[in-house]
Design a protein around this ligand. Sequence first.
Ligand code: SF4
Ligand code: SF4
Length: 163
Amino acid sequence: MLTHLITAEQCASCRLCCNFHRSSAWETPALTPELAERLRSRGLPLDSRPDGSITFALRFPEDAPEDFCANCPALDSGFGCTLPRELRPVECRLWPLRLMHTPVGNLGLGLYDACPALSPEVREQVIRESTSAMLPALRRMANEQPCIVRPFHPAYSIIWEER
Ligand code: SF4
Ligand code: SF4
């Protein structure tokens, strides 16, 4: 949704969103059943979470420490995400934004503060667009796929909150 502000090239050289610590494996993107079917047929390993949502399976060695990192199986370490845009999970298309519960439990929109593509100007523009034109689509996404609304995380600034 923000490719006019943060380019595929910037993300391909960063890949922060596509690499998961063992302790943060819960953050892998949720897939709708339809998308999961299409990704499975491309040979990507998938897994289900305890809440029933489907996500990518990460490969960690048995004795890997909590800070051991694994790539999303759709990531090519030289090229970046190998999925065409229409096959990317909605959470990936939103980055560096994330729908989340605010500390008081409202629906909120968080902006990942450590995203290196967020210059002060880009940050301002992301906030402006996501809290105006994008809001109806974001609300609809939260209703249609509640599991993409994540718990609050202090690495994000809440830039919009439903009251
Ligand atoms: S942190 Fe920002 S630049 Fe890095 S992959 Fe995510 S959205 Fe792209
Ligand atoms: S699907 Fe693509 S953008 Fe999303 S986490 Fe995997 S490699 Fe990254």
